[in-house]
Design a binder for this molecule. Structure first.
Ligand code: 5GP
Length: 194
């Protein structure tokens, strides 16, 4: 059986990645599984251990890095985030398409590693306009003013990294965005599986 795809999905804070992913996951024909990351960030209200993230201490994170358990990792606004390798490999071996929702530094690491892997697909989600994005980051309410400002600065930096991705999709209207991304994944599945 051919391995599943490795789908790198990035976009700045507040662009709406979560909603888009939720809707993509409902499309069974896309055969997607979501890679749950490890993070040292504190859980937000409503976030569930093992569903949204594996919430770990800095020491646990460092141990995972040291033991080479992560496919990639990066620091984002004072916290560490990383992708457990084992799950990605196991799911791809079962033929599932694995979706990684990761920031741009980690994405670059994955793309470098997957340079000769024709099963790698990269998509970057951009907002229709930057002011609206800033408002969305500000009104998320769960973070301090300092973190909000850092996330806004980070978003501006991340928007300069879109050139690394195979596809850049604008999140104008959610249903439309989901349809566009679903079509990109299906096209890749057809090409990859021959
Ligand atoms: P948040 O704190 O808003 O959940 O995530 C902050 C950023 O970290 C987002 O851009 C998100 O996509 C990214 N992120 C989440 N998990 C990972 C991961 O495993 N690796 C990397 N490099 N970034 C991640």
């Amino acid at each position: 059986m051919k391995k599943g795809l490795l789908i790198v999905f990035s976009g700045p804070s507040g662009v709406g990645k979560g909603t888009v992913i939720e809707k993509l996951m409902q499309q069974k024909e896309l055969n997607l599984v979501y890679s749950v990351s490890m993070t040292t960030r504190q859980p937000r209200a409503g976030e569930v251990e093992g569903v949204n993230y594996f919430f770990v201490t800095k020491e646990e994170f460092q141990r995972a890095v040291y033991n080479d358990e992560l496919l990639e990792h990066a620091c984002f606004v004072d916290n560490y985030y990383g992708t457990p390798k084992k799950y990605v490999d196991a799911m791809r071996s079962e033929g599932k398409n694995v979706l990684l929702e990761i920031e741009t530094v980690g994405a670059k690491q994955v793309m470098n590693k997957a340079k000769y892997d024709d099963g790698c697909l990269s998509i970057f989600l951009v907002p229709p306009n930057i002011e609206e994005l800033k408002n969305r980051i500000r009104h998320r309410n769960s973070e301090s003013e300092e973190v909000v400002e850092k996330r806004i600065r980070k978003a501006t930096q991340e928007l300069k990294e879109t050139f690394r991705y195979q596809y850049v999709v604008c999140n104008d209207e959610v249903e439309d965005t989901v349809n566009k991304i679903a079509a990109i994944i299906k096209k890749k599945m057809d090409e990859y599986n021959g």
